[in-house]
Design a protein around this ligand. Structure first.
Ligand SMILES: Cc1cc2nc3c(=O)[nH]c(=O)nc-3n(C[C@H](O)[C@H](O)[C@H](O)COP(=O)(O)OP(=O)(O)OC[C@H]3O[C@@H](n4cnc5c(N)ncnc54)[C@H](O)[C@@H]3O)c2cc1C
Length: 475
């Protein structure tokens, strides 16, 4: 239990309203978007500035207390779940956009700035921040940095690490260090690159210097309708093989099309086996020929219909369906778990067949909406958390799907991170020496293991099942 004296010290740093410790208020923080495991922290601390983060961490360092960083809590791998970390440090009050340098195309923001706000802040300059997770109206830059987040447009523009020039990191001791910065090319080790994707295990990112890109002059957004996922997958490979790199190349299967259409009613074909959302962007002059080439490829794989958005409103409607697809899933089941795995692009049909088999074997419904161009799958496993047997089957099915991704030459995560969800599967990709080397690297930043403990690495001493009191099914 945290002592009253400690809470008093924390309140002295962040103000009385910056520390939450009422049990009913803490329930909000008991999970992120991965709801299969839950554990409330003993206190949530909400600093308003990097200096306050530093001061909070100094207090915790004095007392040897572990902490878990949290942005908006939209993470999908349980990264912000408190596991043996009594204090949660939320960045939601750190919302300052500190500097915009449009001429040099960069921006400095505090960690709690919401992803979408970055593009909003520079739109008038003809610029944008390229990584666009579907959660972009809510998720924070700190969370994006921690997870190395992607999004529909990362096929062409890259993931977060390609757009972070530098970070300010509050080490677990409270010391603020600056890594990287405004200058593009720096000698020495790429420490910024290390922090991106570290899932909060090095400390708390307090500020980030982000790269901005010129917003495309024009877009062509196509909806290609197929009878089967296999035919749509062939089209994906064909488009890339033709030398075209769309801004986005997203797939939705029947179940998700039906959910999205029920939610948004824009006339999606609910009897289709799969649809591809294909976005071409760049100079206006070159786009129509690309539409022709993409359409020709789709015709070779048996496309049933191709619709091209006629104006911004139609484009926005298509993107609303894609980006709010997870929300629409609420119509299908009381709960769902979004998986995140990667396979080589050409193996997409194989993994989708495997997923269908896993769904049948475990008597589950699994919907698929994903970044097909990257081979980054997102099977959505539907369940009802009141049915404990079904929860067990969801966990088993999720494991099998990830094992299949690795067996096909892929990876455990494309963008959602390892968190608590997948730490047990890290040995599928890494040997004991690799894991030990990574643990030693982490210790350079966090020698006491107090920053987001028991995440990423399989941990023989403390298994998450015993630490997360509301774990709903045995692994
Ligand atoms: C509907 C929906 C759609 C999504 N779509 C996508 C998508 O398209 N692409 C994608 O990549 N992800 C997606 N996600 C997952 C999620 O939005 C991202 O992982 C996002 O980056 C998390 O940001 P957050 O602010 O919510 O972080 P949180 O969930 O609060 O935290 C995530 C992790 O980051 C750590 N962390 C948070 N802030 C900091 C900080 N300042 N310093 C150090 N560590 C920190 C936490 O400890 C935790 O480990 C989606 C999620 C939802 C719910």
């Amino acid at each position: 239990m945290l002592s009253p004296a400690l809470l008093t010290r924390l309140r002295a740093v962040v103000g009385a309203d910056g520390v939450i410790d009422r049990p009913e208020a803490l329930l909000v923080y008991e999970c992120d978007g991965y709801t299969l495991e839950r554990a409330a922290p003993e206190a949530v601390v909400l600093p308003r500035s990097p200096a306050q983060v530093s001061a909070v961490l100094r207090v915790l360092h004095d007392e040897g207390i572990a902490f878990v960083p949290r942005g908006a809590g939209t993470g999908l791998s349980g990264g912000a779940l408190p596991v043996a970390a009594p204090v949660m440090i939320g960045t939601s009050r750190m919302q300052a956009i500190e500097a915009i340098d449009a001429a040099n195309r960069r921006i400095v923001v505090q960690a709690g700035v919401v992803n979408q706000w970055v593009t909003n802040a520079v739109r008038a300059d003809g610029l944008c921040y390229a990584p666009d997770p579907s959660s972009q109206p809510a998720c924070t830059i700190g969370g994006n940095v921690a997870e190395n987040s992607g999004g529909p447009h990362t096929l062409k523009y890259g993931v977060t690490t390609n757009h972070v020039l530098g970070v300010e990191l509050a080490l677990p001791t409270g010391e603020l260090v600056t890594l990287g910065g405004a200058v593009e090319d720096r000698p020495g080790y790429d420490l910024t690159g290390l922090v991106v994707g570290a899932e909060g295990t090095f400390g708390i990112v307090t500020r980030a210097t982000l790269r901005l890109v010129r917003a495309p002059e024009a877009y062509r957004t196509l909806l290609a309708v197929f009878e089967s996922v296999a035919a749509a997958s062939e089209a994906v490979s064909g488009i890339i093989a033709a030398g075209i790199v769309p801004g986005a190349l997203e797939m939705m299967d029947t179940l998700i099309i039906q959910a999205v259409e029920a939610a948004f009613r824009i006339g999606l074909p609910t009897d289709a086996g799969a649809v591809l959302l294909i976005e071409l962007d760049g100079p206006a002059a070159g786009l129509d020929p690309q539409v022709e080439r993409v359409s020709a490829v789709c015709r070779t794989t048996g496309v049933r219909e191709i619709r091209v958005a006629r104006d911004d409103a139609e484009r926005a409607a298509l993107w609303k369906c894609r980006k709010r697809a997870f929300g629409a899933v609420g119509r299908l089941a009381p709960n769902y778990c979004t998986q995140d795995g990667v396979v080589p692009r050409t193996r997409v049909p194989d993994i989708l067949r495997t997923i269908a088999g896993v769904a049948e074997r475990h008597r589950l419904r699994i919907a698929n909406v994903f970044h097909a161009g990257d081979g980054n799958i997102h099977p959505i496993l539907l369940y009802d958390e009141r049915d404990r047997d079904e929860v067990s089957r969801v966990l088993a099915a999720g494991r099998e799907i990830l094992e299949a991704c690795v067996a096909l030459g892929g990876s455990l995560t494309g963008e959602h991170g390892i968190g608590v969800e997948k730490m047990g599967q890290m040995p599928l990709l890494f040997g004991p020496d690799d894991l030990a080397a990574m643990t030693r690297l982490r210790a350079v930043f966090d020698p006491d293991g107090r920053a987001n403990p028991h995440k990423i690495f399989p941990d023989a001493k403390t298994c998450v099942e015993t630490r997360a009191p509301r774990r709903q099914a045995a692994m």
